[in-house]
Ligand binder design. Structure first.
Ligand code: ADP
Length: 149
């Protein structure tokens, strides 16, 4: 069986915290689909095309990663894309409380298991929200954004 995981999010923007989870995920899974969930209710700082292009560029040498977007329910997209796992990062207890409910519902509905990786301590306080705040206040955010290897 090919182990294919879905790593979904808004990635507005994709941070070194996300990157670290994906790098560690590559040690566990054969393929990872990084999928940007489109939520028309939610206004984003970076347009979808730009977020997609940035990710495609970042992972252009990594054949085991696929970049895409979806506007359905995450669990429906997981089934549609043939993922047999959902990959999530956990930063703190708040993440956990939310994620445990999602994981449980997803497994009940489809049998798809969610695999959680604990955030590295050094990345646990990084969020896309924090990076967006820095951008709005004209601060340098380069330390939060992954560089292509
Ligand atoms: P959403 O827009 O759905 O909140 P995000 O783009 O913020 O999604 O994050 C997607 C996934 O990445 C989630 O599993 C989230 O917990 C995880 N994540 C976000 N930031 C970090 C971080 N700094 N370290 C580890 N995991 C993270």
């Amino acid at each position: 069986m090919i182990r294919k995981a879905l790593f979904s999010g808004s990635f507005d923007p994709f941070t070194i915290g996300h990157y670290s989870i994906v790098q560690r995920g590559l040690q566990i899974f054969d393929e990872i689909i990084i999928a940007i969930g489109i939520n028309s209710e939610k206004k984003t700082l970076f347009p979808l095309d730009q977020r997609i292009d940035t990710l495609k560029d970042l992972y252009s040498d990594e054949k085991r990663i696929l970049i895409t977007s979806y506007n359905s329910l995450t669990i429906d997209f997981a089934v549609q894309s043939g993922a047999n796992f959902i990959l999530r990062g956990l930063r703190n207890a708040l993440d956990f409380e939310y994620e445990k409910n999602m994981a449980s519902i997803h497994r009940q509905l489809t049998g798809i298991e969610t695999i959680f990786l604990l955030s590295d301590a050094e990345y646990a306080s990084i969020s896309s929200t924090l990076v967006r705040d820095f951008i709005l206040h004209k601060k340098d955010i380069s330390i939060f954004i992954p560089l292509k290897k």
